[in-house]
Ligand binder design. Structure first.
Ligand code: SF4
Ligand code: SF4
Length: 135
Protein backbone atom coordinates (compact mmCIF):
# COMPACT_ATOMS: atom_id res chain seq x y z
CA UNK A 1 0.00 0.00 0.00
CA UNK A 2 1.33 3.40 -0.99
CA UNK A 3 1.19 6.03 1.76
CA UNK A 4 1.78 9.72 1.16
CA UNK A 5 3.04 11.69 4.12
CA UNK A 6 3.12 15.47 4.26
CA UNK A 7 4.07 18.08 6.86
CA UNK A 8 0.41 19.12 6.97
CA UNK A 9 -0.58 15.58 7.92
CA UNK A 10 2.17 15.13 10.49
CA UNK A 11 1.19 18.36 12.25
CA UNK A 12 -2.51 18.10 11.45
CA UNK A 13 -5.32 19.34 13.65
CA UNK A 14 -6.07 15.73 14.66
CA UNK A 15 -2.49 15.07 15.79
CA UNK A 16 -2.45 18.31 17.78
CA UNK A 17 -5.76 17.41 19.35
CA UNK A 18 -4.54 13.95 20.37
CA UNK A 19 -1.46 15.52 21.95
CA UNK A 20 -3.58 18.10 23.71
CA UNK A 21 -6.11 15.60 25.11
CA UNK A 22 -3.46 13.03 26.12
CA UNK A 23 -0.87 15.57 27.29
CA UNK A 24 1.77 13.54 25.42
CA UNK A 25 4.41 14.49 22.88
CA UNK A 26 4.05 11.69 20.34
CA UNK A 27 7.42 12.55 18.81
CA UNK A 28 9.12 11.54 22.07
CA UNK A 29 8.70 7.86 21.13
CA UNK A 30 11.78 6.39 19.44
CA UNK A 31 10.31 2.92 18.89
CA UNK A 32 12.37 0.80 21.21
CA UNK A 33 9.37 -1.57 21.38
CA UNK A 34 9.45 -2.07 25.15
CA UNK A 35 5.78 -1.10 25.42
CA UNK A 36 4.68 -3.71 22.90
CA UNK A 37 6.98 -6.39 24.34
CA UNK A 38 5.36 -6.05 27.76
CA UNK A 39 1.75 -5.44 26.75
CA UNK A 40 -0.51 -8.23 28.09
CA UNK A 41 -3.08 -7.54 25.35
CA UNK A 42 -0.61 -7.44 22.43
CA UNK A 43 -1.48 -10.90 21.15
CA UNK A 44 -5.09 -9.94 20.40
CA UNK A 45 -4.26 -6.51 18.98
CA UNK A 46 -4.21 -5.96 15.22
CA UNK A 47 -1.45 -3.35 15.61
CA UNK A 48 1.13 -3.21 18.38
CA UNK A 49 1.04 -0.26 20.77
CA UNK A 50 4.21 1.29 19.32
CA UNK A 51 2.73 0.93 15.83
CA UNK A 52 -0.23 3.01 16.95
CA UNK A 53 2.14 5.75 18.07
CA UNK A 54 4.01 5.48 14.79
CA UNK A 55 0.80 6.04 12.84
CA UNK A 56 0.04 9.15 14.89
CA UNK A 57 3.61 10.41 14.40
CA UNK A 58 3.12 10.05 10.66
CA UNK A 59 -0.23 11.82 10.74
CA UNK A 60 -2.09 8.60 9.85
CA UNK A 61 -4.71 9.22 12.52
CA UNK A 62 -7.58 7.64 10.57
CA UNK A 63 -5.69 4.37 10.39
CA UNK A 64 -4.99 4.46 14.12
CA UNK A 65 -8.69 5.09 14.79
CA UNK A 66 -9.68 2.11 12.62
CA UNK A 67 -7.47 -0.22 14.64
CA UNK A 68 -9.01 -2.54 17.25
CA UNK A 69 -5.93 -1.99 19.39
CA UNK A 70 -7.26 1.20 20.94
CA UNK A 71 -10.28 -0.77 22.24
CA UNK A 72 -8.27 -3.76 23.46
CA UNK A 73 -5.96 -1.59 25.52
CA UNK A 74 -6.85 -2.26 29.15
CA UNK A 75 -5.04 0.84 30.46
CA UNK A 76 -2.97 -1.44 32.69
CA UNK A 77 -0.03 1.04 32.64
CA UNK A 78 2.60 -1.66 31.94
CA UNK A 79 3.80 0.16 28.84
CA UNK A 80 4.07 3.46 30.69
CA UNK A 81 6.13 1.83 33.45
CA UNK A 82 8.50 0.31 30.86
CA UNK A 83 8.87 3.30 28.55
CA UNK A 84 12.36 4.86 28.71
CA UNK A 85 10.95 8.10 27.28
CA UNK A 86 8.09 8.40 29.76
CA UNK A 87 5.41 8.23 27.08
CA UNK A 88 2.04 7.67 28.76
CA UNK A 89 0.60 5.32 26.17
CA UNK A 90 -2.63 4.58 28.11
CA UNK A 91 -3.46 8.30 27.95
CA UNK A 92 -2.75 8.32 24.25
CA UNK A 93 -5.04 5.31 23.75
CA UNK A 94 -7.77 7.05 25.75
CA UNK A 95 -7.41 10.18 23.60
CA UNK A 96 -7.75 8.04 20.47
CA UNK A 97 -10.86 6.32 21.84
CA UNK A 98 -12.39 9.68 22.64
CA UNK A 99 -11.60 10.95 19.18
CA UNK A 100 -13.04 7.80 17.57
CA UNK A 101 -16.27 8.25 19.51
CA UNK A 102 -16.47 11.95 18.71
CA UNK A 103 -15.99 11.30 15.01
CA UNK A 104 -18.95 8.95 15.08
CA UNK A 105 -21.13 11.90 16.12
CA UNK A 106 -23.58 12.40 18.98
CA UNK A 107 -24.96 9.27 20.58
CA UNK A 108 -27.16 11.21 22.95
CA UNK A 109 -30.09 13.33 21.98
CA UNK A 110 -30.17 15.86 24.76
CA UNK A 111 -33.71 16.97 23.99
CA UNK A 112 -34.96 13.41 24.53
CA UNK A 113 -33.43 12.91 27.94
CA UNK A 114 -35.79 12.60 30.86
CA UNK A 115 -35.44 15.72 33.00
CA UNK A 116 -36.51 13.91 36.19
CA UNK A 117 -33.97 11.13 35.62
CA UNK A 118 -31.25 13.67 34.89
CA UNK A 119 -31.89 15.35 38.22
CA UNK A 120 -31.23 12.01 39.96
CA UNK A 121 -28.07 11.07 38.01
CA UNK A 122 -24.73 11.42 39.79
CA UNK A 123 -23.22 14.56 38.30
CA UNK A 124 -19.95 12.77 37.49
CA UNK A 125 -21.75 10.10 35.43
CA UNK A 126 -23.69 12.79 33.64
CA UNK A 127 -20.54 14.72 32.64
CA UNK A 128 -18.61 11.55 31.74
CA UNK A 129 -21.51 10.41 29.56
CA UNK A 130 -21.59 13.65 27.65
CA UNK A 131 -17.84 13.62 27.15
CA UNK A 132 -17.98 10.11 25.72
CA UNK A 133 -21.19 10.16 23.75
CA UNK A 134 -21.33 13.62 22.25
CA UNK A 135 -19.02 15.19 19.71
S1 SF4 B 1 8.40 2.05 25.18
FE1 SF4 B 1 8.12 4.27 24.85
S2 SF4 B 1 9.76 4.91 23.45
FE2 SF4 B 1 9.63 2.65 23.39
S3 SF4 B 1 8.26 2.24 21.64
FE3 SF4 B 1 6.98 2.30 23.45
S4 SF4 B 1 6.25 4.42 23.65
FE4 SF4 B 1 7.97 4.40 22.21
S1 SF4 C 1 -1.90 0.16 28.91
FE1 SF4 C 1 -2.76 -0.76 27.04
S2 SF4 C 1 -1.11 -0.68 25.53
FE2 SF4 C 1 -0.19 -0.33 27.54
S3 SF4 C 1 0.52 -2.37 28.22
FE3 SF4 C 1 -1.54 -2.05 29.07
S4 SF4 C 1 -2.97 -2.95 27.58
FE4 SF4 C 1 -0.97 -2.67 26.55
Amino acid sequence: MRVTISVEQVRSEWVRRIEEVSGQDVMACYHCGKCSAGCPAAEVMDLLPNQIIRLVQLGQVERALESQTIWYCAACQTCYARCPKGVDLPRLMEALRELAMQKRGDHLEIARLDVQALAEFPQQAFIAGFRKYTA
